[in-house]
Design a protein around this ligand. Structure first.
Ligand code: PLP
Length: 394
């Protein structure tokens, strides 16, 4: 009998965290690494949120919270969904968890049976595939193209559906491509989904506010989709609160109750101080964090401008999040500084070793022709990183 379960043996390590660890190792050796691999804002949590946490500590918030979150926080989530997304939820439909990542885990564990298929438009967020697999689901990858801005079309969705399809999972704005689905594009997907009432959608909207075109549209807003959609969101990205670990979902009541039940056997609920701080964050107008979004847009334009000048990189124009996902397959089969580049992982490692720039291989996101570059870094770092990349590949 082996020490570890097949479940964990078959699970891949998060590629973004693995790359960050490797970059840290090289840094410790004294190398001047520029990290463009992590999906985390380089801003501090805004003061008005920090103050709410300090106040909660002073008011002696220290006990277990309700498993699915303080009622006051769930009410703030309801208000946020109504204000920003025109979605009406009630208290039993909301579950607050330890990050959006745990919301996704909860949903997989409570909705998937062995062999159920989950459609994942590629590229998808790095953890989707392993979360689905750990719940014994089967990821079904749907390839998209850079020409279509890495978005799944209605025809592609239709072709991927089988009698075993249980769900589709996607993020908009998308990590890693930055693509944002328009209302028309979501409506086209919904036309297909309305023909298959047993299929549910996980709409991961954690980058909602980091949107450069305005007009975020939630899948649950689309005709016929409210009862079929689990809307996932959180404060990690928009409020620069990755380490506070608070995410939340709005879902049909039976699904939310099941998430509450499993959470009661896993964490007993999210951290109490962080929950108090998030009440303040969500009750404020999103305009309080607009300065970060404005800065991300400036950086997006800067990265696109600089990459445009690097031979062999093809990019789309990301409309949200803080990543670009260039196709670098033109380097495959070539030898750079004595190193053969066979795939995106070789290329990403080459950039780490030769340009001292950390990126992430597209293979981790289900697209083997691209790499992900995060621009959650200062403009100076971005300029220096792309200068080094250009030198390393020319
Ligand atoms: C698309 C997407 N969903 C979910 C998460 C997880 O967010 P959280 O920090 O709330 O667990 C991330 C974080 O990188 C993400 O990019």
């Amino acid at each position: 009998m082996s020490l570890l379960s097949e479940r964990i043996i078959n699970m891949s390590t998060s590629a973004t965290l693995a790359m960050a660890a490797k970059a840290r190792e090289l840094k410790a050796e004294g190398k001047d690494i520029i990290g463009l691999s992590l999906g985390e804002p380089d801003f501090n949590t805004p003061d008005f949120i920090k103050e709410a946490a300090i106040q909660a500590i002073n008011e002696n918030y220290s006990s277990y919270t309700p498993v699915d979150g303080y009622a006051e926080l769930k009410q703030a989530v309801i208000t946020k969904f109504k204000r920003d997304n025109n979605l009406t939820y009630t208290l039993p439909q909301i579950v607050v968890s330890t990050g959006a990542k745990q919301c996704l885990y909860n949903v997989a564990m409570v909705m998937l049976n062995s062999g159920d298929e989950v459609i994942l438009p590629c590229p998808y967020w790095v953890s989707y595939s392993d979360i689905v697999k750990v719940a014994e689901g089967v990821p079904v990858e749907v390839e998209t193209s850079i020409e279509n801005d890495f978005k799944m079309t209605a025809a592609q969705l239709e072709a991927a559906i089988t009698p075993k399809t249980k769900m589709i999972w996607f993020s908009s704005p998308c990590n890693p491509s930055g693509s944002v689905y328009s209302r028309e594009e979501l409506e086209a997907l919904a036309v297909v989904l309305r023909k298959h009432p047993n299929i549910y959608v996980v709409s991961d909207e954690i980058y909602e506010h980091i949107n450069f075109i305005g007009g975020h549209v939630s899948m649950a807003e689309i005709d016929g989709m409210y009862d079929k959609t689990i809307t996932i969101n959180g404060v990690s990205k928009a409020f620069a609160m990755t380490g506070w670990r608070i995410g939340y979902l709005g879902a049909p009541e039976a699904i939310a109750r099941a998430c509450n039940k499993i959470q009661g056997q896993v964490t007993s609920g999210a951290n109490c101080i962080a929950q108090r701080a998030v009440i303040t964050a969500l009750n404020e107008s999103p305009s309080r964090v607009q300065f970060m979004i404005d800065e991300f847009k400036v950086r997006r334009d800067l990265v696109l401008d600089l990459l445009n000048d690097v031979d062999g990189f093809t990019t789309n124009t990301p409309e949200g999040a803080f990543y670009v996902f260039p196709n670098i397959s033109s380097f495959f089969g070539k030898t750079l500084r004595g190193k053969k580049i066979n795939n995106a992982t070789d290329f990403s490692l080459y950039l780490l070793e030769e340009a001292l720039v950390a990126t992430v291989t597209g293979e981790a996101f289900g697209n083997p022709n691209c790499i992900r570059i995060s621009y959650a870094a200062s403009q100076d770092q971005i300029i220096e990183a792309i200068k080094r990349i250009k030198e390393a590949v020319s």
